[in-house]
Design a protein around this ligand. Sequence first.
Ligand code: UDP
Length: 313
Amino acid sequence: MRVLITGAAGFLGSHLADRFLRDGHQVVGLDNFVTGSPDNIAHLTGNPSYEFVRHNISNFTYVAGPLAGVLHFASPASPIDYLEHPIPTLKVGALGTHNALGIAKAKGARFFLASTSEVYGDPLVHPQPESYWGNVNPIGPRGVYDEAKRFAEAMTMAYHRFHGLDTRIVRIFNTYGPRMRPNDGRVVSNFIVQALRGEPITLYGDGSQTRSFTYVDDEVEGIYQLFLRGDAMPMNIGNPVEFTVRELADIVLASTGSKSEIVRRPLPEDDPKVRQPDITRARAVLGWEPQVPLRDGVARTIEHFRGVIAAGH
Ligand code: UDP
């Protein structure tokens, strides 16, 4: 198979390219480096099964040759990134999704949308099954991401229903691991980098808010299986084991042996109070189950960031 991955220099996009390449497929990677990094794809230089195109999918895009799949992973995805790039975030969810769907339709390819647990907003149903419609503030600071992804889901279902396109939608929950940017702003990378540098751990609010953290290898395997064997309805892919953010801080401190103190910072506006995927559907349809417990994944991620910090980044 030859597949196109947008956001190919990003954290998830680059791991996903590796997963396809591992099975002998060919990958065309597309990225404009707004939040992605050339470092994430440096290891693919010279790989005859990999092509890279520097381009913004929100603009008209032409890709030569056949494609069996189009996987749309381009988007700023960290709260600080989409606050810094609110309009590109809206555009890549809306115009970028439209362009990616158009490529899939023209090539007769399967389309795969990277959606998000943010479609559930600050959820009033817990844990969140795919049938929950969510509790999203459209005009809050996170609205640029949440509504772009909700629009992207609607657009994907319209192409599925109106054009008969073969489509998939994954709702990704908080994922962490190697290749996150040290200054990405998300909680796992922030806490690990702060702990390794001996800087204060920035706990937003009282730390009682919860998240369910998925190690990147688990997330990518779920995505890959959904692409190959799933169906058109949205599917949660995430680790259902839930932690408070305060518990995460304690795990990072214990795992690094750091003496960093924990300092309180204001809770960002509209920060969801709880988040946990209901993965009944992923288990039933794909037989998928996350394998890596948080402590193990954090340990692997600490090793990665030790290397990054030692290299002077
Ligand atoms: N958070 C925190 N300290 C940080 C970064 C994040 O306490 O330095 C909290 C944040 O308020 C949220 C949770 O950790 O409750 C997860 O934040 P993240 O930005 O990773 O992703 P989100 O799930 O909010 O999209």
